[in-house]
Design a protein around this ligand. Structure first.
Ligand code: AMP
Length: 195
């Protein structure tokens, strides 16, 4: 299966993506994780991305698109993947659509994790304390949510028009959300009507 997990920072996409990837035996490709690894290793990509990430700004599309194209070319992604944190802008979504079209392997679905903003702020501030992520401070979080609203939310109508969007209620305990996501995927596989 070729899936995109979509939702605001703090919606639990990362946790759910890694669980679903394990069940489906396909790679979990998280752009934020790849970028953080590059920052930690001091690679040219990491040096280019760091300032954007520290401010909570999106990293420029061309940088991200190149990074993802390389990752999707890897052998382990040949039979499917779960993208987490990509695409985040309409140009990224167009780029992904074009490259998957060229390969004859379109997306199967975009799972949208639906959650109220107050809950997000509560979760992300908790994560900031636990993990010490430099982009989880209150100001940076506000900026990340602003970036999400202005640049990423337009993808909802992009994917709704393509009849790929499926909602998963992201409120509740982790196991419960996983069960909901799996039920949505089971529905897809058994050919439920698209929304
Ligand atoms: P995340 O862990 O997905 O919240 O990503 C952390 C940060 O990495 C984001 O705030 C952005 O600065 C950057 N980033 C991750 N994915 C993307 C993307 N698809 N486009 C642009 N920037 C991204």
């Amino acid at each position: 299966m070729r899936l995109v997990l979509f939702g605001p920072p703090g919606a639990g996409k990362g946790t759910q993506a890694s669980r679903l990837a394990e069940v489906l035996k396909i790679p979990h490709i998280a752009t934020g994780d790849i970028l953080r690894a590059n920052v930690a290793d001091g690679t040219p990509l990491g040096r280019e991305a760091k300032a954007f990430m520290d401010r909570g700004d999106l990293v420029p599309d061309d940088v991200i698109n190149r990074m993802i194209a390389t990752r999707l070319d890897a052998d382990d992604a040949a039979d499917g993947f779960i993208l987490d944190g990509y695409p985040r802008t309409v140009p990224q979504a167009l780029e992904l659509e074009g490259s998957l079209r060229d390969r004859g392997t379109p997306l199967d679905a975009v799972l949208r994790f639906v959650i109220a903003e107050e809950e997000l702020i509560r979760r992300v501030s908790g994560r900031a304390q636990e993990e010490g992520r430099s982009d989880d401070s209150a100001d940076v979080l506000r900026n990340r949510l602003q970036e999400y609203r202005s640049k990423t939310v337009p993808l909802e109508s992009f994917y709704a028009e393509r009849r790929l969007l499926r909602d998963v209620d992201a409120l509740g305990d982790i196991d419960e959300v996983t069960r909901r996501a799996q039920a949505t995927l089971d529905g897809l596989r058994s050919g439920d009507a698209w929304r």
